[in-house]
Design a protein around this ligand. Sequence first.
Ligand code: ATP
Length: 360
Amino acid sequence: MTEKAPDIQEMEFGQHQYARSRRNREDLRGTLYFRGGDSNITRKVPGFPTIKRSYRLGEGITRLFGNECFWAEEKLDGYNARIFSHNGQLFGATRGGFICPFTTEWARIWEEDLNLGAFFSDYPEYTLCGEVCGDNPYNWQRDPDLPEGAHFFIFEITAPDQTFLAPEKRYEILNGHDLPGVRVLGKYSRVETDGLYQTLRELNHRGREGTVLKDTPGRRRMKFVTPSTDIEDLKDTLQIGFDLDAGYFFNRYLRAAVFVREFGLDEDEYARRIGRAFLDGIPRAGEYGESRKKYVIHVLTKSTWETLRDMLRGSVQIKTDDIEPAMVKGREMLRIRFRRIYHKSTHRFRRILKGHLHED
Ligand code: ATP
């Protein structure tokens, strides 16, 4: 019998020892633990909880918030990062609770450029949770309007008791410290959602991801995404589809269809767009080489890239395409172009496009 991996995994980041929770148990998956001299846990950086989705905006709002007011924030599409200060240094962790060399290096750049130090000297045991957008190693879908480099947009602040601050308190702190937050789309209640529907139509039109709605004390939240993002995802991910859960695609078709009906969008237009995304997403015979996703990132040193690359290697292969010097945000950095290669999809698509016989 194979032994199950323990819930808490001991980790190292350079000279630093820490542990991470692999599952939602007493603490959330991705919680980080630091121990004192006697090996007892002296510090916990809480994991980031899953945000439930509603497929229908109006009904979802009534179910979650009843008659209460709630805040709507833009949902950004990058990757989830937590930044915290430990023993006088900033670190950046990914959702799974891994201290990430890329996020940590950029956290220290933002420390200088955004004065994160002032925040952490006022709130030393707090955690900044946000989306890293722009050039990054986890999400190839990049907002073309953002300048070169990685950018951090804060969407939660976790207090030492592991709870999120209420949105209004967070807005006040971010304003006071001049820190970048996600865009606030407004405060609404279920009886006055016209403005929110209008905003979501605009976000959809502009190809933006959607919204996260949060109650005023900061305890409950739900996400709601636009069909533009779902359709874009379908087109972009079909070529790596054999490496994803089948549910990944079904869920996006479902979400897009339910949104189109709730918002009364033109069904013929969406039927065309969804079909087009599918046709464009499936690789073409004669043009197909491999199933891969390309990334561009900027790092200060080659060793940051090497540590990151070793961390990213897992079920997928990482191939470095190019390393060149680049000036980013006034710093001499290295621009790295790399690819994630998805072997299962590559193998299957090669066989399909070459006409191999398959048993269904
Ligand atoms: P899950 O929350 O179910 O684990 P996931 O990891 O697949 O989902 P998404 O479906 O993209 O991620 O949605 C949740 C993520 O959205 C959060 O983890 C966070 O990184 C991101 N996000 C972007 N903008 C916001 C925002 N304004 N408030 C909260 N989270 C946001």
